[in-house]
Design a protein around this ligand. Structure first.
Ligand code: HEM
Ligand SMILES: *[C@@H]1O[C@H](CO)[C@@H](O)[C@H](O)[C@H]1NC(C)=O
Ligand SMILES: *[C@@H]1O[C@H](CO)[C@@H](O)[C@H](O)[C@H]1NC(C)=O
Ligand SMILES: *[C@@H]1O[C@H](CO)[C@@H](O)[C@H](O)[C@H]1NC(C)=O
Ligand SMILES: *[C@@H]1O[C@H](CO)[C@@H](O)[C@H](O)[C@H]1NC(C)=O
Ligand SMILES: *[C@@H]1O[C@H](CO)[C@@H](O)[C@H](O)[C@H]1NC(C)=O
Ligand SMILES: *[C@@H]1O[C@H](CO)[C@@H](O)[C@H](O)[C@H]1NC(C)=O
Ligand SMILES: *[C@@H]1O[C@H](CO)[C@@H](O)[C@H](O)[C@H]1NC(C)=O
Ligand SMILES: *[C@@H]1O[C@H](CO)[C@@H](O)[C@H](O)[C@H]1NC(C)=O
Ligand SMILES: *[C@@H]1O[C@H](CO)[C@@H](O)[C@H](O)[C@H]1NC(C)=O
Ligand SMILES: *[C@@H]1O[C@H](CO)[C@@H](O)[C@H](O)[C@H]1NC(C)=O
Length: 535
């Protein structure tokens, strides 16, 4: 299986040259999806932000009930995709599952729970369905399965889709027709079911006639499809050698009403199952079928290019006034290998020039951290490394763009440099704070922004737009809040005045910051309150 994985990663690497040309920073959707996919957690977020990958518990069954989180995520994605209709190009992986959980075909507390595992990650760029799809990639690789190539750009449905998820009591003719409608032929159906049922199992509350009730420590009483929690072909070999514990094969007491896996697996005389008994065939088949499963979207949705690991990944960029009369540029830069004694520096140009008039526009990393995730490791990057910069920038000359020198080689975002669009309005992340009113017990955040003092006479308005999850289907603009001059709390410095506003009774959210100055609107978008230190 590891050989196959190496081949898959070579395949992915071969695609890289074209993608490097296509990619240009900033690309908010790609940048964020890449960060979540390869680092597991959104850029710069502290401990209280949920770590997407860590939720999988290293593919180990959850201690108190034996549940496989990886299985929950894979089943969730399949049940969402299952309402695709190839005949009219509607439905597919579109997050409509959230609106369909009360249907019998979606029985299971695992689906209700999986819904909440994903809820922290969508924002105004990232759809909930992109996160469901990413869950399949992360769950599969975390459990030792193949690398499933990933694209973004899915669009969330606003309404429930048609019924159409197969249930175990149906006939093989029904299954073949259901999978045809989803876009998969009979052989692919067998593969997809075997790949899905290599993890997880059948639960007592959902199928009490198959699974006996549990005991106190295992209330849900899950009977696993095969004897290993990993993403492997044991589901196939145990089926073929007659040792399977898969209740959807064996049934109970000779009753095969719910033996859907037996009907599916044997429907071509076991030919496909015999092929899948090869670990290489199993891994490659599951990789390609899962890719097609997560890319099954309505015809009017266009997915992005493949999101491969960026060789130079810039993130967490924040320019803001420091406390010593200068500006500070914070950012991280990730490389895919951890070469020892690497010489690395950050460089920048004056705001109104392409050069550095003071001759003092460079900085070195403050520290570095090795980044190791199952997906990066599977792609041959077991020790990616992330450098943190906190560069002092002259407040008089400011900054227009930055770039890196890595062992004497310039990395400048394909020639343009990494452009800082504007320095008129900046989020002062470190002056912002979490707050708790001692009287009303209202909690929330004090948001502080810096606006150039030279623009103060023409500053018409400073405000933020907040985005939150408001409906079952997604993240929307929820409020607009004006910031007012707050020089009593925050004395002007580095040529900037500070504006503030209280955001009360909110959980963490993302926001866009704006200032209207002399009739022109400046913006710093997609800031995240997770970045604010908790008092
Ligand atoms: C004929 C088609 C299928 C039928 C009839 C079927 C039926 C079932 C049933 C009855 C369960 C037990 C659910 C519970 O206890 O709540 C189950 C679990 C599961 N199914 Fe399927 N399934 C089918 C296809 C698929 C496919 C195509 C996938 C994914 C590619 C998939 C992924 C899963 C997973 C991962 C679980 C375990 C969930 C857990 O342990 O929480 N299934 N399936
Ligand atoms: C409870 O159920 C689990 C899983 O089926 C089993 O391993 C364990 O032995 C059971 N404990 C008792 C006291 O029956
Ligand atoms: C077989 O199982 C099905 C589904 O659990 C059930 O409805 C049916 O009554 C059972 N048949 C017999 C003969 O026990
Ligand atoms: C397929 O394999 C299963 C499990 O070994 C066996 O019960 C069944 O008879 C086989 N079917 C055919 C058509 O070979
Ligand atoms: C797996 O084996 C089947 C049957 O020999 C073959 O049709 C299929 O192409 C193989 N799949 C992969 C990915 O090797
Ligand atoms: C795609 O088509 C569906 C159904 O016609 C429509 O509801 C949806 O808004 C369309 N989505 C996009 C992204 O155009
Ligand atoms: C590197 O510096 C950043 C910013 O000061 C800090 O958050 C991070 O924990 C540091 N990492 C290590 C490994 O010291
Ligand atoms: C850049 O030039 C503009 C227009 O001349 C001026 O208003 C601004 O203060 C300059 N900024 C810096 C940082 O020198
Ligand atoms: C920039 O990073 C430094 C060092 O970690 C930190 O002390 C400071 O608060 C950060 N500033 C902003 C605006 O994030
Ligand atoms: C915010 O400020 C603008 C411009 O001054 C004003 O029109 C608007 O009513 C204010 N909004 C709120 C909610 O106070
Ligand atoms: C704050 O700004 C106002 C308006 O510009 C000014 O009148 C006041 O003196 C300033 N206060 C401080 C403490 O700087």
């Amino acid at each position: 299986m590891s050989t196959m994985r190496a081949q898959l990663s070579l395949l992915a690497l071969n695609l890289l040259p074209t993608l490097i040309q296509a990619y240009h920073w900033p690309s908010p959707l790609i940048d964020q999806l890449e960060g979540l996919l390869y680092e597991g957690k959104q850029e710069g977020l502290p401990d209280r932000a949920v770590d997407f990958v860590a939720q999988l518990n290293g593919c180990q069954p959850v201690e108190d009930n034996g549940e496989s989180i990886a299985a929950d995520w894979i089943r969730f994605a399949y049940h969402d995709m299952a309402t695709h209709n190839i005949d009219d190009g509607t439905g597919g992986l579109d997050a409509s599952i959230q609106l369909e959980l009360d249907r019998d075909e979606n029985v299971g507390g695992d689906l209700d729970r999986a819904k909440f595992d994903f809820i922290d990650f969508p924002n105004k760029y990232i759809s909930y369905s992109d996160i469901i799809a990413m869950g399949v990639v992360l769950a599969t690789v975390e459990c030792g399965g193949p690398v499933v190539p990933y694209r973004g750009g899915r669009v969330d449905a606003e309404v429930a889709g048609p019924f159409g998820v197969p249930t175990p009591d149906q006939s093989i003719e029904d299954f073949i027709e259901t999978f045809r409608k989803q876009g998969f032929n009979q052989q692919e159906m067998i593969g997809l079911v075997a790949c899905g049922h290599t993890v997880g199992g059948v639960h007592n509350p959902d199928f009490p006639t198959l699974v006996p009730p549990g005991n106190i420590s295992f209330e849900d009483n899950i009977v696993m499809f095969d004897s290993t929690p990993e993403f492997d072909n044991v589901i196939v070999t145990q089926y073929l050698d007659g040792t399977t514990g898969d209740l959807l094969v064996t049934g109970v007491d000779g009753n095969d009403t719910l033996s859907s896996d037996l009907r599916v697996f044997s429907s071509d005389g076991n030919i496909t199952m015999h092929a899948l008994a090869s670990p290489q065939n199993f891994s490659a088949t599951c990789g390609s079928l899962f890719e097609r499963m997560i890319n099954t979207v309505p015809n009017n949705v266009t997915l992005t290019d493949l999101i491969t690991p960026l060789p130079v990944k810039v993130a967490g960029v924040q320019l803001a006034p420091g406390y010593e009369g200068n500006l500070v540029l914070n950012l991280t830069m990730r490389l895919l290998d951890n070469k020892p004694n690497r010489q690395i520096s950050l460089h920048w140009a004056d705001r109104n020039s392409t050069t550095c008039s003071s001759g003092a526009c460079s900085s070195t990393p403050t520290n570095s951290t090795v980044v190791t995730t199952p997906l990066l490791t599977a792609l041959g990057h077991p020790r990616a490394v992330k450098y943190t910069f906190s560069a002092p920038i002259s407040a008089t000359t400011s900054i227009s763009s930055f770039w890196f020198e890595i062992d004497g080689e310039v990395q400048n975002n394909g020639g343009t440099g990494y452009i800082i669009e504007q320095d008129e309005v900046l989020w002062s992340r470190d002056r912002s704070a979490s707050i708790l009113d001692p009287v009303t017990f209202e909690s929330g955040f004090l948001i502080v922004a810096a606006v150039r003092s030279s623009s103060s006479s023409s500053t018409e308005r400073v405000w933020i737009n907040t985005y939150q999850r408001t409906t079952a289907t997604g993240v929307h603009l929820t409020s607009t809040l004006n910031l007012t001059l707050d020089n009593a709390s925050f004395p002007s410095t580095a040529g900037y005045d500070f504006y503030s506003a209280k955001l009360l009774l909110v959980a963490d959210l993302t926001f866009d910051l704006f200032a209207e100055i002399g009739g022109k609107v400046y913006e710093e978008e997609l800031r995240d309150t997770h970045w604010i230190d908790f008092a």
